[in-house]
Design a protein around this ligand. Sequence first.
Ligand SMILES: Nc1ncnc2c1ncn2[C@@H]1O[C@H](COP(=O)(O)OP(=O)(O)OP(=O)(O)O)[C@@H](O)[C@H]1O
Length: 305
Amino acid sequence: MTVLRVENLTKRFDGVLAVDDLTFAVEPGEIFGFLGGNGAGKTTTLRMVLDIIRPTSGRIEVLGTSPDRRNSAAIGFLPEERGLYSHMTAIDTIVYFGRLKEMDAKLARERGMALLDRFDLGERARSKIGDMSKGMAQKVQLACSLVNEPELLMLDEPFSGLDPVNQGLLEEEILRASRRGAAVIFSTHVMQHAERLCDRLLLLRKGKKRFEGTLDEARALLPTRIAVVARPDIANVTGVIGATASDEAGEGWTHYELQLQPGTSSETILEHCTANGIGVRRFEEHRASLHEVFVELVGDAGVKQ
Ligand SMILES: Nc1ncnc2c1ncn2[C@@H]1O[C@H](COP(=O)(O)OP(=O)(O)OP(=O)(O)O)[C@@H](O)[C@H]1O
């Protein structure tokens, strides 16, 4: 069953169209990147899925029903604004969240301890949240969103505030959730996480969908660039629509950046050169990164390299 289905979703605040006719779906086991610059409408969409705010129009279906308390036990959510009760211990906090998700306290405690161990916080299980560092508290909050082994896991900017080691732990946890069949949606401004993790991604700009598809499909939106050292006749190869010369490389060789006709692969160009005796000394393909696609489609506001 499709875990999350969003159809023609629109949210208007006074004078602001935060989400504009948005449609997408996420399947079990999928890792879905929800990307967009600041103010694109990501958090607003996630809040509507959680029934924290209501849509102006459109439809949301979570595990086959409209969002409400009935399906909250099957959802895990890490909010963008972190915040836990500072006087509670780490393990009690996780158990508390587990109980809110209708879990048995014993099971919540067992899973909570296992999560804290995996997050390298086993020895801090009885520390108060207020005595922990910000990153540690964030990992406890992440554990709260995972304790019920949700079928839909939504993480709003989960990587921000974590050091590289803990970012790695989080990536591992996202993959683990997906392997057990959960649909995972996460928002981020850091494209490398999306590049490493996502099966599919959606790019939002000012509440509107600019792209939805796989990473390969996203990268194919921008032309592949090829750096070559070649003779000038490279410009006449079928499929090459531009050859920008940079430096001389001596003895009649020149550095070029080739622009290819859309749909032409770099292999075709290389084969053509070989077949027609066109001299090529260096041939480096540069496929567009997700960062470049993002900047092209969404603008560079709010993107970190
Ligand atoms: N409660 C609200 N009242 C009025 N406007 C709101 C409210 N919540 C969000 N907005 C507006 O809706 C738009 C989308 O905001 P949202 O928080 O969903 O963006 P976001 O993609 O999560 O951004 P960021 O990456 O900066 O967290 C913004 O223009 C924001 O000011």
